[in-house]
Write a protein that binds this ligand. Structure first.
Ligand code: ATP
Ligand code: MN
Length: 477
């Protein structure tokens, strides 16, 4: 008999119909009630076993973690926990699970423990809910851009350009690491390497996406990016997925509006489609917050935060205004910031971003017009000569979720900036070509997908919103 997903059974609710379900045992209570989960929904299906009908030694093999195919009749439930249940007629034991060794027991496990069991943690309610939300978000991302007429571009993962400038890179090489060929001056002879030059894993698809926007108009990439940054934070991964739209004929305001519209739209979609998972995560979030000291607790619940973002405009504030606010803020005056804000031009630290979002404005904030000294070479210079048309979107609990800008489309200005930043213009010949042949004003941004999943699920560590996190000293699985 073909298996029906538990989610479908829930939706159709055909009482008295016979179904086959296939899944994993979450619990088996009193040799009578199997809670079966198949991943299609948060809910377990309660399968009621008539003990007289099955051999005792057979039933003993049904333990937490075992996999089963069950045939039975759907009936209204007598119990209080669920509206319906299955009266079991057949059980096929697909795979046993040693109850002494199976690590995912029906009790609360710490996130740290589950990270070590990342191959099995998807069988918990929390991780399955997070990963279903992640999948729904991913779909909503494509849907948003496709409906707007953007084209999806697959930018390269191995890159030969080292001017992306977004962070430390991972080298890609097939040279023998213990005996690499050398140049006369003793440096490694990358011309003998696989690609005949030094290559790395990409830190961003932006520059290549820009070339496509200059022919297709509006494009986006959604691919893996790699940063060898040794930052052990709850917001950084060495391998993460990034969404990077790039649009011809957009100025910075158009760019900010698109980013805002994009975030609200995908969140709205997920609110509709993942109601049950989000309700569960909302509850989980509330419990986690309760366990924190009062001062550190979030003022809003998870669903409240998501709804707040979809229903309110983001506050747009220039870097210069933000610095004034921070300079005069209580924590700055009382020397509570680790990095005091004393002068215009400093880079904002996460503590400053969080102050602005969580304490001062109490809503998502778009900061724009940053000092050129702290931003990348490709951002468009403003008339004041000091600032560039950059924008960062800051979210409560997350800090930076989007980084973007209007790109410098003027060849002479861009060349000057590349020189100032000591970047070899030869590395960027193709990028500069865009400014030689039919240059146009254009803009784009990058949104770290895991930061979006982090926000939407209310999880507290980015390692828990990607199946197999890659972080310093950790690439298990
Ligand atoms: P941060 O200051 O948080 O390190 P960034 O300035 O390095 O961010 P960008 O280079 O602008 O970030 O990258 C665009 C987006 O990618 C960021 O807004 C963020 O959402 C995400 N991002 C950046 N680095 C990481 C990382 N190591 N892990 C996960 N997401 C990241
Ligand atoms: Mn960074």
């Amino acid at each position: 008999m073909k298996a029906t997903k538990i989610s479908e059974i829930e939706q159709q609710l055909k009482i008295n119909a016979t179904f086959c379900v296939k899944g994993w045992v979450r619990t088996f209570r009193a040799q009578r009630f199997i809670a079966l989960n198949d991943g299609s929904t948060l809910d377990n299906l309660q399968c009621v076993v008539d003990m007289d009908q099955f051999d005792d030694t057979f039933l003993k093999q049904i333990t937490t973690g075992a996999s089963l195919a069950i045939v039975g009749k759907l009936v209204a439930s007598q119990g209080s926990g669920q509206k319906f249940e299955m009266q079991v007629t057949e059980i096929e034991l697909l795979g046993v699970s040693d109850p002494e060794k199976y690590p995912i027991q029906p009790k609360k496990h710490s996130m740290e423990f589950l990270r070590e069991k990342a191959h099995l943690r998807i069988r918990t309610s929390t991780f399955s809910a997070v990963m279903r939300v992640r999948s729904a978000l991913s779909f909503a991302v494509h849907e948003f851009f496709q409906e707007k007429g953007f084209y999806h571009v697959h930018t390269p993962i191995i890159t030969g350009s080292d001017a992306e400038g977004a962070g430390e890179m991972f080298r890609v090489s097939t040279l023998n690491p213990s005996n690499p060929p050398k140049n006369e001056d003793g440096t490694i002879a990358y011309k003998e390497d696989f690609f005949g030059k030094e290559t790395n894993l990409t830190v961003s698809g932006q520059l290549e996406a820009e070339t496509y926007a200059m022919g297709l108009g509006e494009v986006y990439t959604f691919g893996p990016t790699f940063r060898a940054e040794n930052s052990n934070t709850t917001r950084h991964l060495a391998e993460f997925w990034m969404i990077e739209p790039e649009m011809a004929f957009y100025d910075l305001d158009d760019n900010m509006s698109l980013a805002e519209d994009f975030i609200s739209s995908v969140l709205k979609k997920v609110l509709q489609r993942c109601e049950k998972d989000l309700a569960f995560l909302d509850d989980r979030f509330a419990k986690e917050e309760q366990a924190k000291p009062q001062l550190e607790r979030s003022e809003m619940g998870l669903l409240e935060k998501i709804n707040f973002v979809t229903q309110n405009k983001f506050k747009r504030v220039s870097y210069t205004e933000a610095i004034d606010i921070l300079k005069n803020s209580k924590p700055n005056k009382k020397k509570k910031f680790k990095y005091p804000v004393d002068e215009w031009g400093v880079d904002l630290q996460s503590e400053h971003e969080r102050f602005l979002v969580e304490k001062h404005f109490k809503c998502p904030v778009i900061l724009y017009d940053y000092p050129s000294g702290i931003k990348a070479f490709y951002m468009r210079r403003n008339e004041d000569g000091k600032t560039v048309r950059a924008m960062d979107i800051l979210f409560p609990g997350i800090g930076e979720i989007v980084g973007g800008s209007q790109r410098e489309e003027r060849l002479d200005v861009l060349e000057k900036r590349i020189e100032e930043m000591h970047i070899d213009p030869k590395e960027l010949w193709w990028y500069l070509d865009l400014r030689r042949f039919g240059t146009v004003p254009h803009s784009g941004f990058g949104l770290g997908f895991e930061r979006l999943v982090l926000f939407t699920t209310g999880m507290s560590n980015i390692r828990d919103v990607i199946p197999y996190p890659r972080t310093p000293q950790n690439a298990e699985f």
